[in-house]
Design a protein around this ligand. Sequence first.
Ligand SMILES: Nc1ncnc2c1ncn2[C@@H]1O[C@H](COP(=O)(O)OP(=O)(O)OP(=O)(O)O)[C@@H](O)[C@H]1O
Ligand SMILES: O=C(O)[C@@H](CO)OP(=O)(O)O
Length: 303
Amino acid sequence: MIWVTGEVDGKKYKEPFSKGIMSRSLNVADIGIERAHEIASDIEVFLIENNITEISSLNLADVVLNHLKQVDPVIAGKYKNWRSLRTSKKPLIILIGGASGVGTSSMAFELANRLRLKNLISTDMIREVMRKIVSQELSPVIHKSSFDAYEAIRTPSIRIDSVIEGFISHVDVVNVGIEAIIERSVKEGISTIIEGVHVVPGFIRKDLLDNNNIIMFTLIVEDEEAHKQRFYSRCRQPWVKRSLDRYMENFDTIRKTQNFLVQQAEIHDTRIINNVDINETIDIMVSDILEEFGGVENVKQKS
Ligand SMILES: Nc1ncnc2c1ncn2[C@@H]1O[C@H](COP(=O)(O)OP(=O)(O)OP(=O)(O)O)[C@@H](O)[C@H]1O
Ligand SMILES: O=C(O)[C@@H](CO)OP(=O)(O)O
């Protein structure tokens, strides 16, 4: 038996070496699960051949890194960035925005799984709480959806497009909750993913962005038909109660909000991902995160 020792919050731990745990950790570095299993097996063989029956997690990470440097320097760089990120004192805050139906919830869930992050918050849930606190009279827009909030605007529309006017008013209210979640996550030191239509480039307070490990992505579905299919696909899931008709009736305004999000992302230099292939979307986000916060070295894919 090989034992791995470590310390978390001042408490020492000792657990059996597990190839499964190591594979999941390697997979975060964008290695791919099959390759990760192979490398985990190689590491186990190395430990056995060197009669290592107990090793600290930090020394084990060095063993893995030295092995990866021989196997593939690009992967070694990604693993090094991931370790640097994992041991960072600052929590990682990931914000995933996108128009209704583009896949922010699904991608956030996949990313949380890949990065082994436990804190995942939907802006729809933040809005639901706010709807209980803020009355219809005080803020009619919060009681609507992002794409039909314009129907609740009381003040005369001063912008070119009332749909965007309504979207901005709606998001502005939910944004108070988003910033509160960011502040709490930073205060508690908990890495968090926040996802939903209310994550808009340029709407988050600059001091929050500048002082923390925060990265934002804007997901889109470029192709209109593919975007429509997302609503069909979601409504086929038995537990989904949201009616397909409502999204189809409002599809044009949903597309208008997507165009606005793209404009905002371009102005604020936010990564836009055309969310077509789940694995590609996740790989892009993981790669950006490792490069942005791994900090140790920029890892360029082999050409
Ligand atoms: N990259 C993808 N490829 C194929 N299907 C996807 C992809 N991403 C999401 N989907 C599917 O599209 C549907 C909508 O995804 P999801 O509910 O995550 O969208 P959303 O952006 O969270 O929507 P809303 O903001 O309205 O809740 C789901 O059925 C999901 O499985
Ligand atoms: O406001 C919206 O655009 C969507 C986002 O998920 O919420 P709902 O489906 O509740 O309208």
